[in-house]
Unconditional design. Structure first.
Length: 63
């Protein structure tokens, strides 16, 4: 399944949740979808836990 179809399905799920369940249901579906996306990327091997918890080096500072 290509990414356009996955995006369409996700958008439709969010639309239905927002219409029938209100804004709270919309936020819940969006948050769970984001968690599922990150979990899927971990399972595929595209992300590693260190990608989120790695500290910045001293030479790199954001302003």
């Amino acid at each position: 399944m290509n990414m356009a179809v996955v995006g369409m399905i996700a958008g439709m799920a969010l639309g239905f949740a927002g219409y029938f369940g209100g804004f709270g249901a919309f936020l819940l579906v969006a948050a769970l979808g984001a968690v599922g996306f990150v979990a899927g990327r971990f399972l595929e091997g595209d992300l590693e836990p260190g990608d989120f918890f790695r500290s910045r080096e001293r030479g790199e500072r954001r302003r």
